[in-house]
Design a protein around this ligand. Structure first.
Ligand code: FAD
Length: 137
């Protein structure tokens, strides 16, 4: 089965401006749709947590572009795995803004109620993203 999922964490760079998120979502949705890539992007407290699903080649190409994007830094893989099904097939790139991330939810999946994706295990990171299905815009 040539279906893969990557989850990574990253941090906003100094040059990031509030309009950048709209540009990132527009590029992501356009490019991912063409490449049959699905996923979700969570943004909170200067951090991103993103999941990308698709063929190994398309995931790797997308991740390479993301890696060299200067709008964020400290890009760190949380998990990379061969999977049997997509978890985010409804979205070329679903977006969860920080207002949707409650302290209760963070407390459920991490050691504190503060969002820091670098401290999440691979299992907790995916569980957190899945729990946000209903709040995706
Ligand atoms: P365009 O969409 O045509 O670029 C549009 C504009 O975005 C440019 O004019 C420029 O102003 C700006 N821009 C583009 N690249 C950069 C850059 N490297 N640094 C600064 N500004 C830039 N892309 C995807 O295809 N799929 C994703 O899922 C995805 N997720 C992302 C998640 C995060 C957290 C970040 C920071 C970026 C993500 N991107 C994603 C964007 C990716 O890094 C590339 O910018 C994008 O893929 C380039 O697409 P494009 O060649 O069609 O450029």
């Amino acid at each position: 089965m040539n279906l893969y999922r990557i989850v990574y964490a990253s941090t906003l760079s100094e040059s990031f401006s509030s309009q950048d998120i709209e540009h990132i979502l527009a590029s992501s949705r356009r490019n991912n749709k063409k490449q049959d890539v699905s996923g979700m992007l969570l943004f909170s407290h200067r951090y991103f947590l993103q999941c990308l699903e698709g063929s190994r080649d398309n995931i790797n190409q997308t991740y390479q572009r993301i890696l060299s994007d200067e709008r964020h830094c400290r890009v760190t893989i949380v998990s990379y795995e061969n999977v049997t099904q997509r978890e985010f097939c409804a979205w070329s790139m679903g977006y969860v803004p920080e207002s949707h991330l409650t302290r209760e939810l963070l407390f459920k999946f991490s050691a504190s109620a503060t969002f820091d994706p670098y401290t999440l295990s691979n299992v907790s990171a995916l569980a957190l993203l899945k729990s946000l299905h209903g709040t995706v815009i």
